[in-house]
Write a protein that binds this ligand. Structure first.
Ligand code: RB5
Length: 366
C-alpha cells in the first residue's frame, strides 16, 4: 500500500518512528514533511499536501501527526474525500477502519507514547471496512459532501434508500456472494431473497376490512386493499427475482424491460418493453439484482414513467453508491430497497465485493 505521511515540528520524531514501522510492515511511504523538529511548521500546510495525494490517487492512505492530533484532523477533514480519524488506542483505530473507512490516521505525539502509537498504526493498517449498515452510513457522508459541493439543501435523498438487514436475507446473501455456490443454489436463493425482501417492503400495504365465514362463525378479517401491483424485471438478471415475488403476491402483473449497452456511447438502449395496460394504477417493483452504475435502472424507470407508471420502487440485491446516486438524481421520488450496499465499482463496472455477473450466475452462461 502507498502511505503518505506528514507531521508538523511537534510530530516530527513520532513520524520518523512510525515511518520505519510502516516500511518494515512492507508498505511504501511517501514522507511529505516536515523534515525537522527545530523549525516551527504549520500543520495545515502538511495535512494539505498529504490530503491532495490521497484524493488524486497517488497515495492509498495517510498518517498525520501533530502535538495533539487535533489540528491535523481538523485541517485534513476539510478536504472532500478525506476521512481522517484521530485515534488514541487500537480499538479506535480498528473501528475507524471497520465502520468509518477512515483513509487517514491521525495521532498526537504529546498525547500518546511510542508503543501505543505503533500498536495503533498496526491495527489501523491491517483493518478493512465492513459492508452492510456501515457502508450505508458512509454513503450518507459521501452524499452530504456531494450536496455541499453542489450547494443544495443537503437533502441527498438517502432517506429513500433502505438496506434490508433481516438475518435471513443476510445469511442467504452470504451464500449467493460465494463464487463456489452452484447455479441451481444461486437461482433458488435469489428467488428466496427476492421474496423475503418483498415481504419486508410490503409491510405498509393498505388493508381493508372484510367479512369471512369460518367453519364456526362469521368474523371480520383483513384483506389487501387494491392489490394492484406490477413486477418489472430488467432483462435478463431481473428475471431471477420474479418467481420469488410472485410466490408471495401471486396476483401481481409482470412487465418486462430489455436493455442493451450501445457499444459506442456505452449508454443503455431499450430493445424490449411490455408493461401491463393499467400500469398507471399499479405500485411497480422494478427488479434488478445489481444496481451498479444505475444507468439501466434509471432508463428502465424513465420508460415506465413515460408509459404512465407513477409509483415506482426499485429492488436490488446489491447496490453500489454510484448506482444509488444516479437513480436518486434522475428519479427523486423513487424508493430503493437493497439487501446490501457495497463499496463501489471496479474498472470493469462490477460491484465490489458484489457477487460477479448475476445474469451469468443465474443462467450458467459462464
Ligand atoms: C504545535 O505546537 C501544536 O499546536 C500542534 O502540533 C498541534 O497540537 C495542533 O493541533
Amino acid at each position: 500500500m502507498r502511505v503518505v505521511m506528514a507531521s508538523d515540528h511537534a510530530g516530527f520524531f513520532l513520524k520518523e518512528t512510525i515511518k520505519e514501522l510502516v516500511c518494515r510492515i512492507g508498505h511504501e511511504v511517501n514522507d511529505v514533511g516536515t523534515y525537522s523538529a527545530d523549525e516551527s511548521a504549520d500543520y495545515p500546510d502538511f495535512s494539505r499536501k498529504a490530503a491532495d495525494l490521497i484524493v488524486s490517487g497517488e497515495a492509498d492512505r495517510g498518517i498525520l501527526i501533530c502535538g495533539t492530533g487535533i489540528g491535523m484532523s481538523i485541517s485534513a477533514n476539510k478536504t472532500p474525500g478525506i476521512y481522517a480519524a484521530l485515534c488514541f488506542n487500537e480499538f479506535m483505530a480498528r473501528m475507524s477502519r471497520l465502520h468509518n473507512a477512515s483513509n487517514v490516521l491521525v495521532m498526537g505525539s504529546r498525547t500518546m507514547g511510542m508503543d501505543v502509537a505503533a500498536a495503533v498504526t498496526e491495527a489501523w493498517l491491517a483493518a478493512e471496512p465492513e459492508e452492510g449498515r456501515h457502508a450505508a452510513r458512509r454513503a450518507k457522508i459521501v452524499a452530504l459532501e456531494e450536496s455541499l459541493k453542489r450547494g443544495d439543501d443537503g437533502n441527498s435523498g438517502y432517506d429513500r434508500v433502505k438496506v434490508l438487514e433481516h438475518p435471513l436475507i443476510q445469511h442467504k446473501m452470504s451464500i449467493v456472494r460465494d463464487k463456489n455456490t452452484s447455479v441451481k443454489d444461486f437461482r433458488d436463493l435469489v428467488q428466496e431473497i427476492a421474496g423475503l425482501m418483498v415481504y419486508e417492503i410490503s409491510r405498509n400495504l393498505q388493508l381493508e376490512e372484510i367479512s369471512v365465514e369460518t367453519p364456526i362463525c362469521k368474523t371480520k378479517a383483513f384483506s389487501l386493499a387494491g392489490k394492484k401491483l406490477a413486477v418489472v424485471p430488467v432483462l435478463r438478471a431481473g428475471l431471477g427475482m420474479v418467481e420469488g415475488i410472485l410466490r408471495l403476491i401471486p396476483n401481481a402483473k409482470v412487465g418486462h424491460v430489455g436493455l442493451y449497452r450501445n457499444p459506442e456511447t456505452l449508454l443503455p438502449v431499450e430493445y424490449y418493453c411490455k408493461l401491463p395496460n393499467d400500469i398507471s394504477e399499479r405500485d411497480i417493483f422494478v427488479v434488478d439484482p445489481m444496481l451498479a452504475t444505475g444507468g439501466s435502472a434509471s432508463v428502465c424507470i424513465s420508460n415506465i414513467k413515460r408509459l404512465g407508471g407513477v409509483r415506482v420502487t426499485l429492488v436490488s440485491l446489491i447496490a453500489a453508491p454510484e448506482g444509488i446516486r444516479k437513480v436518486l438524481a434522475d428519479h427523486p421520488e423513487v424508493n430503493i430497497f437493497t439487501a446490501a450496499l457495497d463499496s463501489g465499482l471496479n474498472d470493469h463496472g462490477y460491484i465490489v465485493p458484489g457477487l460477479g455477473d448475476a445474469g451469468d450466475r443465474l443462467f450458467g452462461t459462464k
